[in-house]
Design a protein around this ligand. Structure first.
Ligand SMILES: C/C(=C\CNc1ncnc2c1ncn2[C@@H]1O[C@H](COP(=O)(O)O)[C@@H](O)[C@H]1O)CO
Length: 271
């Protein structure tokens, strides 16, 4: 029997009949602004915001080629020699074909972005929303500002093949130890973590060797996960060499895989 239009309502996969038909349509409820708004401060809603940050980040960065993340103090002024070194490193990385990714802020981040952009390289800023007013520095070609630190950190790791760590404070230390821990625990392919500035970082390196190693809280090889240099050219050389090594290891792994497949195929053919 035909059902009359007023006696039935379909809402997506649902069918309502008779008295069960809701008084309003789904669209009406979507477009109606009345009602409490406190759900925007609940965890399920935050999950959606977090998802959208991943989507924005992946969307911006997925087509970026070889890239290096450069970390360093937000407070360094342009007249500080560290700033000039950061600018030189940004420029040399860009000249070597690497996109330069920074936290998008002032100080050493600005220096590296400025250097990369100045030689026509690609300069990216992954900003972070902070309680005080912040904007991306002026030397960024592509930028995105994140609300969540951990989403932003994923972007640095996913889209860089090396980390360069210039002099900096707590934020820089956090980024340094995050990256070194990922390498140490094998959570990422081994890629170089390069500290720049031996006067600045030498004490930390010595403490790692003398205290952490002698207390047995790290493995004997772990201090070698970090390089230390003052030379911008050496930074680029270390990164290039690491890429050549990685490409060779990947090629060798592929060869082993193909050989294993050939052996399996031959065994199957022999019955
Ligand atoms: C302190 C000031 C601004 C801070 N603005 C930042 N913008 C973007 N990224 C930042 C900012 N502050 C820290 N970061 C990240 O941490 C590293 C620097 O931290 P540090 O404590 O200054 O060493 C840096 O690599 C960023 O990824 C006002 O000038």
């Amino acid at each position: 029997m035909m059902e009359s239009g007023s006696n039935i309502r379909r809402a997506g996969p649902l069918t309502y009949r008779g008295r069960a038909i809701p008084e309003t349509t789904t669209d009406q409820r979507l477009l109606d602004r009345r009602g409490p708004a406190d759900w925007v401060h609940t965890d399920p809603w935050r999950v959606l915001r977090i998802q959208s940050e991943f989507v924005e980040g992946f969307g911006l960065l997925s087509e970026v080629g070889r890239a290096v993340s450069v970390f360093g103090s937000a407070r360094t002024k342009p007249d500080n020699p560290h700033y000039k070194l950061g600018e030189t490193i940004g420029a040399k990385l860009a000249e070597a074909g690497y996109t330069v990714i920074t936290g998008g802020g002032p100080g050493m981040m600005e220096a590296a972005n400025k250097g990369a952009q100045g030689v026509g390289g690609t300069s990216i800023g992954l900003g972070i929303e902070l309680p005080f007013e912040q904007s991306l520095n002026d030397y960024i070609d592509m930028g995105v500002t994140f609300r969540y630190f951990f989403v932003r950190k994923t972007m640095f790791v996913k889209y860089s093949q090396a980390f360069v760590v210039l002099p900096g404070g707590f934020g820089t230390l956090d980024e340094l130890f995050e990256s070194i821990t990922l390498v140490q625990t094998g959570k990422v392919t081994r890629f170089p973590v390069i500290l720049v500035g031996s006067r600045f970082w030498g004490g930390l390196r010595d403490w790692i060797r003398q205290t952490l190693l002698s207390e047995g809280v790290i493995s004997p090889d772990d201090p070698d996960l970090m390089y230390l240099t003052d030379d911008a050219d050496e930074v680029v050389d270390i990164i290039r060499k690491a890429h050549v090594d990685l490409a060779r290891r990947e090629f060798e792994a592929e060869q082993v895989h193909e050989t294993a497949q050939d052996v399996e195929a031959a065994e199957r053919a022999e019955g």
